[in-house]
Design a protein around this ligand. Structure first.
Ligand code: FAD
Ligand code: NAP
Length: 323
């Protein structure tokens, strides 16, 4: 038999956006239900130092911050379920979301805060060595490269932070970026350039991860200079891909409006999607700022909008009952 769980506010995803929505919806007595997904706490759980989340003068740790947000959301009345939504039916209310466990969650409103997932280059060799020397998470896998040589691909905040973090373990870190300037914040760039263990290779792309079959493992990388087309083979024990993230929106294709890159489209100044009663918050609808604090901010907005939507729907129901 299929389980059915109903909530006035159903929140999909438990990163900063979803958890903040949970805090606000719970404090509005809406008893929100949060489906956590495969990464409880979201992307911040795979980073270490967080220095830009307001309220903390000292550096805090990403996993700790998310645990505190979870505790806060739970304390004020958010219920958590561990499941992954695999399909949704938003054609009528209540909205239906089916979990991987077979449970069907229904919501009078839904807040989509499914965030984003690391992007890969799409090389066959990258796929072959994933988990065997190719990684998208330095904080998860950096430990395995104690005293070794690694490279990081990318030029954004994540790539620079990962390169710096990897110097805690690796003997040498090479950052390989496709342009001649970084996208990362200046403070991170300064730290990168000042780190004696880090070398930057500009204007270059990864063409192939090179490695052994038995045992399966990375031994190097073939890179190409995009200006001169010159190819070079360098020795590495690990390759970290840090080229950004894709929004987790596959299950909403054809249902919620999204742009060419798959980001959900919300109406100006609010978190409303094209379906009244369905709201979107955080990285899933934000390709510009993509910060924990902005995700939390839009999570707050979504909860307040859900509350207003429910109040308006209740008034409309009362009016039609009276007629
Ligand atoms: P996410 O954090 O991506 O959370 C998405 C949630 O949705 C997860 O819980 C996931 O399990 C869930 N989910 C996904 N699909 C489903 C589904 N189908 N069903 C149910 N649940 C689902 N920002 C900062 O402000 N400061 C930093 O120092 C910082 N450092 C970062 C370091 C790294 C390495 C990375 C990758 C990002 C960093 N960011 C930082 C960015 C920040 O983590 C994100 O902007 C923020 O986490 C976005 O929050 P979110 O709630 O929108 O989504
Ligand atoms: P990002 O800002 O989108 O940067 C992605 C980087 O990868 C860019 O330098 C890009 O190059 C490069 N890239 C993309 N596709 C590539 C490809 N196919 N081949 C080679 N290089 C490629 O992504 P991010 O660094 O993951 O950051 C995501 C968001 O999280 C950002 O908003 C960021 O500010 C935030 N974040 C914040 C912090 C922090 O506040 N400390 C830490 C981490 C992340 P180009 O520059 O040439 O486009």
């Amino acid at each position: 038999m299929t389980d059915n769980i109903h909530a006035k506010v159903l929140i999909l995803g438990s990163g900063p956006a979803g958890l903040t929505a949970g805090i606000y919806a719970a404090r509005a007595n809406l008893n929100p239900l949060m489906v956590s997904g495969l990464q409880p706490g979201g992307q911040m759980t795979i980073t270490t130092d967080v220095e830009n989340y307001p309220g903390f003068a000292e550096t805090i740790q990403g996993p700790w911050l998310m645990e505190e947000m979870q505790n806060q959301a739970r304390k004020v009345g958010t219920t958590f379920v561990s499941d992954l939504i695999v399909s949704v039916d938003f054609s009528s209310r209540p909205f239906l979301c089916t979990g991987d466990t077979g449970t069907v969650y229904s919501g009078d409103t839904v807040i989509v805060s499914t965030g984003a997932t690391a992007r890969w280059l799409g090389l066959d060799s990258e796929e072959k060595f994933k988990g065997f020397g190719v990684s998208a998470c330095a904080t998860c896998d950096g430990f395995f490269y104690r005293g070794k040589k690694v490279c990081v691909i990318g030029g954004g905040n994540t790539a620079v932070e990962e390169a710096i973090y990897l110097t805690n373990h690796a003997e040498a870190v090479t950052l390989i970026h496709r342009r001649d300037e970084l996208r990362a914040e200046m403070i991170l760039q300064d730290r990168l350039m000042a780190n004696p263990k880090i070398t930057v290779i500009w204007d270059s792309v990864l063409q192939e991860v090179i490695g052994d079959d038995k045992p399966l493992g990375v031994t190097g990388a073939r890179i190409a200079n995009v200006k001169t087309s010159e190819q070079t083979v360098l020795e590495f024990d690990g390759v970290f891909i840090a080229i950004g993230h894709n929004p987790n929106t596959e299950i909403f294709a054809g249902i919620l409006d999204m742009d060419d890159e798959g980001y959900l489209i919300t109406q100006a100044d609010v978190t409303a999607t094209n379906i009244p009663g369905v709201f979107a918050a955080g990285d899933v609808q934000d390709k510009i700022f993509r910060q924990a604090v902005t995700a939390a901010g839009t999570g707050c907005m979504a909860a307040i909008e859900a509350e207003k939507f429910l109040a308006a729907a209740t008034s409309a129901d009362r009016r039609s009952a009276a007629e």
